[in-house]
Design a protein around this ligand. Sequence first.
Ligand code: FMN
Length: 408
Amino acid sequence: MLRFLTAGESHGQGLVVILEGLPAGLVLDFDAITADLQRRQAGYGRGRRMAIESDRAELLSGVRRGRTTGAPLAMLIRNRDWENWQATMHVEAETPAGATGARRAAVVRPRPGHADLAGALKYEHDDIRDVLERASARETAARVAAGAIARQLLSALGVEIVSHVLSIGGAGLPLGTIIPFDRIKAIGPDSVLRSADPAAEAAMIHAIDAARDAGDTVGGIFEVVAHGVPVGLGSYVHWDRKLDGRLALAMMSIPAIKAVAIGDGVDGARRPGSQVHDEIVAEVDGGGARRIARPTNRAGGLEGGVTTGEDVRVTGFMKPISTLMKPLRSVDLTTLEDAPAAIERSDVCAVPAAAVVGEAMVALVLAEAVVERFGGDSMRQLIGQVTASGSRVQARTQRPAHTGPSPA
Ligand SMILES: Cc1cc2nc3c(=O)[nH]c(=O)nc-3n(C[C@H](O)[C@H](O)[C@H](O)COP(=O)(O)O)c2cc1C
C-alpha cells in the first residue's frame, strides 16, 4: 500500500510529507523533484508569494545513497517566508525572543469561497488564520514533492504523465478538444500557461489580465494525461476499487477543483452511445498479423474502473481563486456587521499550477494502483511483474501471421 500524509502551514516553518510503501531500490533524481516544485510555482497569473518561495524538498529518510530503502520516505520543504511570519505563526505559547516579522491582527472577515467561515465555526477558532493557514493551497507543494517520487516510480515502468491548460475563464480551447500526448509533452517552458495552442494561450492571458484589472479572479480547465499505463489497474468488483473513482477523489481533493471528468466525461453525456464508446477492432497488418486495437480513446483509458492500456485522461475544473482584490461582501465575526472579505496576498489565476498538482495526484493514484496490483517490496520485483503481465496481455491481444485462424 502506497500512502502519504502532509503537515504544515502556509506561513509556518515549512511543509512535511511522509510517503510510505515505496518499493526498495528506486533510484531517485533529486533535481526532478525540484523541477516539479518549480513548475507548480510558475504560470501566468500567480501572485507575489511565488516570487518569494523557491521550493526545494530536503529528503530526511527512506533513501540511502540515492535509492529508496523500502522505509517511509520523509521530506521537508522550508517556507522561505518564515522569517516574516515568526511573530505571528510561532508554535510556543509566548512569542519567543528574537521572533521576526510583524505580529498580524486576527483575521475576522471570512472570504467567500474559502474554508474560512465553515472552518472557524467547525474548529471554534476566533482568528480565521488558524483555518486559512492549513486550508491554503500551499499544502499542494508537499503533494507535488510526493507526486514527483511517484512519477519516478512510474517512469521506471515506462509510464509518463503530462498536463496542459485547456481554457481559463471561458477563453481558450473548447471542452472536448483532444490534444495528443506527444503534443502535450512537447509544450516548452516558453508557454506561460502550458497550452498546446498559441492562439488559445493569447486569449487566456487576456482573460487573466482583464480579471486582474477588475480586481477579480478566474478559474479554468486543465487535463492530465498518463501514457504507457499498464492494462488492468483498478477493478470493477467493488465501488472503492474503481480507478476512475479513485482518480476523481484525488483530483477533487485539490483545493478549488469542483468537477472532474474522465475521457470525454461531461461532453460524452450529451452525445449518443455510437459517438462515445471506443469500438474494438481487429487490426491486420500486411503480413496477416492481428492485434486488438481501439481507433479512439474517448473513455480516457478506463472502462469498468480498469485501465485499458490507452492514455488515461483526467480533466480538472477549477473554480476562480477565492481571494479577490476587490473583496466580496462578508461579515465581521466579532461584530456581526457587514464588512468586506479579508485580503490575503493572492493569485489571480492558478490553473497551470493546479495542473501540476493534478499530475502529482494522478501519479500518486497510479503508483498506488501499480504497487497494489504487482507487489511493491522491491523495484526488481515490481518491474518483473509488470513486464510479465504485459507479455500475457500481448499474448491475448496479438497474434502473429502464422498462427492466425485459417480462412473460412
Ligand atoms: C495551486 C493553487 C493555488 C491557489 N492559490 C490561491 C491563492 O493565491 N489565493 C486564494 O484565495 N486561493 C487560492 N487557491 C484556491 C483555494 O485554495 C481554494 O479556493 C480554497 O481552498 C477553497 O476551495 P475548496 O472549496 O475547493 O476547498 C489556490 C488553489 C490551487 C490549487
